[in-house]
Design a protein around this ligand. Structure first.
Ligand code: 3H9
Length: 697
């Protein structure tokens, strides 16, 4: 008998227990243990009914993702499911925590299910570029009907126990917190009432109801927009449809074929890389696991603008009180008004209740004086990018804030050490770079200054988790990881337009790659005056920052979406970028001024110049230790800039493409165009020479 799955009997209930921390994933040991334990239960004449229950924090959370890509060892999961479904004795699954993927598939291969009311169930395989491959696409629709199965399987979203009960996924819900006791009582009841085995494969009622309907075509059409560029959601629909058109065993075969297609797709590799990378970033190199973390029970924010307001919402959403300080009452009132409006909009969409709107607003107070920061545990400065102003603010914070308070800047580019130098406590100063809209975007790029203490680093990483962000700790340099790479892409995109491309051509290449929006649509969203101010700041500091046609737009008050015109124009109430002939004229004038004769530029050149310049910069970022691992860069780009997760992040994408291909192109552009941005990174050259990839670092 395997140690991870045990069998014992309690009264007339044979209990199969899985104990494979942390999440009872269905590794080879668990799969073979499940089969062996079931056999024992079948042979045990004292057992009238069998119960499957898990130890630890959760029911089975799915197949063991770490085994993917390796040869599958027998028994495979569908085989295990067959054994459970074919059991002669009624088989009950007792669910706590999360029953996910192969975990839920195991539960629905059992004959009855009970869940704690705190439990959630789902088939999130699609988020890994897969489809449920152990009968989920065939059994779930037999319980829920087509529509809900399509929704659950193509989004991967979880449903809670109560909804699962309504949908017919579970048969009973228990409000207690002892899953074993609840499972035993339920199984006993099944035995006492002489309930028969009830195999989901034999249920036909829900299948008949939806057979021949156009629900599948309709659903496919709706996916065209929602799942743009993705492979597996469409395969999920094919597999579910097979449940309605083929006998069970044939449907299972079809599911297997489609599962294999997904397994072999590069998107699966990218999404699984992204899954593990998201978890790895929380393990910061050189930061001991037991580093003390300061309590953050109150937060101060400087600036009630778009960023400050969005940041405040993150804390209020998790019950942490926030004080926002502004210079003028008018700005404060405006900022608080926008926060309320954002919450009201969420309430209108049914995402939160009106009561939650009021509760969250009650946690956010406004003030005109730093004196209200005396007692807060963390202050985040979110004013515009100007070093002199930031230093002035930090000097004031140093004077006002209590000992042990963390003083953070939301700067997106500026030197954290210089900001820290305005205080007498640089060890408490750190960057906390949120991404716009700050209440939505999941990335928190935490920036360590040279003197930031380990305790402060560990605390800001814990804060990220607390406010449900993905925190990545990076080093201090101009633009840190994300914006340093973005600015290289931005400059290249501008050069491409100078040379003859249109902004919409550049943007289309990027959206075709899978970004939600292109470079220029994105700068319109953020406000193109932001980049203008940064360029001005650099010009004032004596840097040679060339003139650009975008500066001309700003000078004409075309600041982006907020003024209904930037690189594109916008219609009232719409965020859709519309190419504008006026901008084409400005670009044409600029080319004339600069003596540039425009040329045809291919999409391939745009792709290479926009992406490879970033990857070369990413390699330099690794070389300099600004990012510890390539996966940190991948996570920054997936969660901060919408890089398609199915490509695994820019560095993973580069590995897939082949670093030699990238280096060759970088060298070619360095010869043709020159400029530091194209100077090949020493690390990139070294990796190519050694036949290695970023993932090998
Ligand atoms: C599937 O089932 C395919 C089948 O249909 C067909 C097969 C034929 N495997 O997230 P956390 C690790 S596909 C291996 O930090 P939480 C995770 O890496 C699978 N490892 O905790 C981490 O390790 P570490 C479908 C796994 O409490 C640790 O567990 N299932 C797996 O925030 C803790 O994870 C899914 O997609 C796994 N399946 O969240 C579920 N899952 O400590 C994926 C987790 O070394 N998992 N680990 O960094 C989740 O959504 C969350 O982990 C869960 C817990 C909600 C369970």
């Amino acid at each position: 008998m395997s140690e991870v799955v045990t069998y014992n009997r309690e009264g007339t209930v044979g209990v199969i227990t899985v104990n494979y921390p942390p999440v009872n994933a269905l590794s080879h040991a668990v799969r073979s243990g499940l089969v062996a334990a079931l056999e024992q239960g079948q042979k045990d004449s004292g057992a009238k009914v069998l119960l499957l229950v898990c130890e630890g924090r959760t029911f089975i959370a799915g197949a063991d993702i770490r085994e993917f890509g390796k040869p599958m060892q027998s028994p495979g999961l569908p085989e295990v499911m067959d054994h459970y479904e074919n059991s002669d004795k009624p088989m009950v699954a007792a669910i706590h925590g999360t029953a996910l993927g192969g975990g839920l598939e195991t539960a629905i291969a059992c004959h009855y299910r009970i869940a704690l009311s705190s439990a959630r169930v789902g088939l999130p395989e699609v988020k890994l570029g897969l489809l449920p491959g152990a009968g989920g696409t065939q059994r779930l629709p037999r319980l829920t009907g087509a529509k809900k199965a399509l929704e659950m399987i193509t989004t991967g979203e979880f449903v809670d126990a109560r909804e699962a009960l309504e949908l017919g996924i579970v048969d009973a819900v228990d409000d207690g917190d002892d899953i074993k006791a609840a499972g035993l009582a339920f199984a006993q009841k099944i035995a006492d009432e002489g309930k028969p085995v009830r195999r989901v494969r034999d249920l036909t009622e829900k299948l008949e109801a939806d057979k021949g309907s156009d629900v599948f075509d309709q659903f496919r059409a709706s996916l065209e927009k929602k799942a743009r560029g993705l492979f597996s959601p469409f395969k999920c629909v094919d597999a579910i449809q097979a449940a309605f058109e083929l006998p069970f065993d044939e449907g299972m075969k079809r599911e297997r074929e489609l599962f294999t297609e997904c397994m072999e797709s590069p998107q699966r590799a990218g999404l699984i890389h992204a899954f593990f990378a998201e978890r790895e970033v929380s393990k910061v190199k050189g930061l001991a696991k037991d580093t003390p973390v300061r309590d953050i029970n109150s937060v101060g924010i400087i600036g009630a603008g778009t960023m400050g307001g969005g940041i405040a919402m993150n804390f209020a959403n998790v019950g942490i009180p926030v004080t926002i300080v502004e210079v003028k009452q008018e700005a404060l009132d405006k900022g608080l008004g926008i926060i309320r409006k954002n919450y009201e909009n969420s309430a209108k969409k049914g995402r939160i209740s009106q009561q939650q709107v009021e509760e969250r607003m009650a946690l956010i107070s406004g003030s005109l004086t730093y004196d209200d920061f005396k007692e807060v545990d963390l202050v985040i400065e979110a004013v515009f990018e100007n070093m002199a102003i930031k230093k002035e603010i930090f000097a004031k914070l140093d004077a006002v804030c209590k000992h042990g308070a963390i003083l953070a800047s939301n700067t997106s580019t500026l030197d954290i050490d210089e900001i820290a130098s305005a205080t007498g406590r640089p060890e408490d100063v750190v960057g906390m770079h949120f991404f716009s809209p700050a209440n939505v975007m999941k990335l928190l790029e935490n920036v360590r200054g040279s003197k930031t203490s380990d305790e402060v680093k560990a605390t800001v990483m814990a804060v990220a988790k607390k406010i449900k962000k993905v925190g990545v700790l990076v080093g201090n340099c101009y633009g840190f990881v994300g914006n340093r790479m973005l600015h290289k892409r931005g400059a290249e995109a501008m050069s491409l337009v100078n040379e003859g491309a249109t902004p919409q051509q550049v943007d289309k290449v990027l959206t075709d790659l899978g970004y939600p929006m292109g470079q220029f649509a994105m700068s319109d969203l953020a406000g193109i005056d932001v980049g203008y101010r940064i360029r001005e700041e650099r010009r004032n500091a004596g840097e040679n920052v060339p003139a650009s046609w975008v500066d001309k737009l700003v000078e004409q008050n075309r600041l982006g979406q907020k003024t209904m015109a930037g690189v594109y124009k916008y219609e009232e109430g719409s965020r859709k970028p519309i190419p504008d002939p006026e901008v084409d004229a400005i670009i044409a004038d600029f080319r004339k001024e600069q003596g540039i004769t425009p040329r045809e530029i291919s999409d391939q050149e745009i792709l290479e110049r926009c992406m490879f310049v970033m990857i070369n910069e990413g390699a330099k970022i690794l070389e300099e230790g600004i990012a510890d691992r390539a996966l940190d860069i991948d996570v920054v780009w997936i969660y901060g800039y919408g890089f398609p997760a199915y490509r695994g992040g820019p560095m993973f994408w580069a590995d897939q493409l082949g670093l030699d291909t990238i280096l060759q192109a970088v060298e070619k552009y360095y010869d043709e165009l020159g400029g530091d941005q194209w100077k090949p990174s020493a690390l990139l050259k070294k990796l190519v020479a050694e036949g290695k990839s970023f993932g090998d670092l």
